[in-house]
Design a binder for this molecule. Structure first.
Ligand code: DX5
Ligand code: ZN
Length: 217
């Protein structure tokens, strides 16, 4: 089975957002990854809610939202209203993670928990059963186009072992510094979903590149 490919809109040309989204709609990509930042949890701000609301109307792919914000529970109804498929919150941003995850699922979305590069996967031991997907950050969150942090590979391996040992269907998503070659290694290690921003949107032919990611990984 090929990996689920989720281009990250963060690296798109924001002056041509409609064209960029049309490209993703027409591509072989499975999901569209949307990064939401608040300038507090991460040192950057990406898209505001009025913008996301309008963009969502022209996005044909299932939306995979990655919240890099504090108090993400406040905004669950907004993303529910948009019909988001998967809503991701950071482990490091949630004091009451189990409650947040439950609320996301009760709102009809898949619950994803994201881990910063320094956060061990073992911290999910007592909540893994409740999560649909774990997002392993392979860069420090906040910016596209950063270098992949190699130690991430071992986190994926350990998380996969935990998932398999318990017979769970939890997906592993990897986000940051992913390209074709690295994507292959990550999937061999246990990744199910690959997010790619810079690699896709700064390519000469993004459509072709997404097609290759689907075929070759
Ligand atoms: C970074 C974001 C990523 C980012 C990945 O904080 O979560 O989704 O867009 O970009 P690349 O693929 O360029 O590392
Ligand atoms: Zn992301």
């Amino acid at each position: 089975m090929s990996a689920i490919i989720a281009p990250s809109l963060l690296s798109a040309n924001f002056l041509r957002l409609e064209e960029e989204i049309t490209m993703v709609n027409q591509s072989d990509a499975d999901w569209l990854h949307l990064d939401v930042m608040d300038g507090v949890f991460v040192p950057n701000i990406s898209l505001g809610f009025p913008m996301i609301q309008q963009l969502s109307q022209i996005i044909a792919k299932p939306l995979d939202v990655h919240l890099m914000i504090v108090e993400p529970q406040k905004f669950i109804p907004f993303f529910q209203e948009l019909g988001v498929k998967s809503l991701g919150v950071h482990y490091e941003a949630c004091t009451h993670l189990q409650r947040v995850v439950t609320t996301i699922k009760e709102a009809g979305m898949n619950a994803c928990v994201a881990l910063n590069p320094h956060t061990p996967v073992e911290l999910l031991t007592d909540i893994l059963e409740d999560i649909d997907m774990v997002l392993i950050m392979s860069v420090n969150p906040g910016f596209g186009g950063q270098e992949f942090i190699p130690r991430t590979q071992d986190k994926i391996r350990r998380l996969k072992e935990m998932i398999v040992a318990r017979g769970l269907k939890t997906l592993i998503e990897v986000d940051g510094g992913v390209n074709l070659e690295r994507g292959k290694l990550l999937v061999e290690t246990g990744a199910d979903v690959l997010v790619a921003g810079n690699f896709v949107f700064n390519a000469d032919n993004p459509l072709e590149l997404i097609r290759r990611m689907k075929q070759e990984i």
